[in-house]
Ligand binder design. Structure first.
Ligand code: PLP
Length: 312
């Protein structure tokens, strides 16, 4: 993967090579960090890079900091302005992935959350597809279980918690699947390794509720709004049983990285017709237009990067 040229690090934008931390850093040793994953989409017609819902990503990011007792004086607007300045300096003219990361910076031995120093860094890299087979993914139900809210909260994007994701993803890929869906402790579906999930049954879109150990996804929220407002669909938030995906009509995953990824096979069983369904296809197209700023109604979600510069 191409490395960034710059990073926001210790309060300023510096060359990426200077954004370094010591090996004793608390977050590196104990997983005490939180992060966000934001995307920027290049719009060729307007020669503009649009960042998708940055303030909502930063809102969730700050909530993750709150859960982890991480002290800071950032707010959504301040973080968005730093992000704009950083991306302008990088000068990307293609789709990008942006990673804000807050970490416990003390170089000490001792596991705890309180009385530690928080640092925030942001960097960005060019980015294309996350799930390579995003029009017809074959997923498995993972033998791993999703972390419970009383272990490490899934609604926070906590760095240490992503070891759970890594177990799920590695075993799925090595077994030849494109992704895995992971169950809660109680056996209901929670989400993909890094995606929320939706099924279509009897014309209704169904997604697990926020109390089923999911990340409260921004793409999930976007898709729920688009499904209701643009397709007139009923969208339910309720627990999903494992065997419901064997008999549903459509199944897809959502995420900043995965966007809207169609699932057409679960553990060798075809989903619906075995091809991407019409509702999934419509939501994929709608989402693709919305993130690139092509739908006026949703332009409030697109933060332009170069508009404010004198020379494009
Ligand atoms: C565990 C997990 N679930 C779901 C998502 C999707 O969330 P979002 O749509 O906000 O990117 C992600 C990605 O950030 C994730 O890591």
């Amino acid at each position: 993967m191409q490395l960034p040229n710059y990073a926001y690090f210790k309060g300023e934008i510096v060359p990426y090579a200077d954004a370094k931390i010591g090996v004793m850093t608390h977050a590196l040793n104990y997983g005490t960090g939180v992060f966000a994953g934001v995307r920027g989409y290049w719009n060729e017609e307007e020669e503009e890079l649009f960042i998708f819902r940055p303030r909502d990503h930063f809102h969730r990011f700050l909530n993750s900091l709150k859960m982890m007792v991480m002290k800071n004086d950032f707010d959504e607007e301040k973080l968005t302005q730093i992000l704009i300045e950083l991306i302008q300096k990088e000068g990307h003219r293609q789709d990008v992935y942006i990673r804000p990361l807050a970490y416990m910076a003390d170089e000490i031995i001792g596991v705890k959350l309180h009385d530690l120093q928080t640092e925030v860094t942001i960097f960005s890299v060019p980015f294309d597809r996350y799930v390579s087979n995003d029009t017809g993914a074959h997923v498995t139900i993972s033998s791993w279980r999703r972390l419970d809210d009383n272990m490490i909260p899934a609604r926070g994007k906590i760095t240490g918690a992503y070891v759970n994701t890594a177990f799920i993803k590695t075993d799925a890929l090595r077994a030849g699947f494109d992704e895995a869906i992971v169950l809660n402790q109680d056996g209901h579906l929670s989400e993909g390794s890094a995606e929320n999930i939706f099924i279509l049954r009897d014309g209704k879109l169904i997604t697990p509720p926020v109390s089923d150990n999911i990340l409260e996804g921004i793409t999930r929220n976007t898709v729920m709004i688009l499904a209701r407002e643009e397709l007139g669909l009923e969208v339910l938030e309720r627990s999903i049983d494992r065997t419901e995906v064997y008999i549903c009509d459509e199944f897809f995953m959502t995420g900043t990285a995965a966007q809207v990824t169609a699932i057409t096979k679960v553990d060798f069983r075809p989903v619906g017709s075995g091809e991407m369904g019409p509702i999934t296809a419509k939501l994929r197209d709608l989402y693709g237009d919305v993130v690139r700023g092509r739908l006026k109604k949703y332009r409030k979600w697109n933060t332009p990067i170069y508009e404010k510069m004198l020379v494009k």
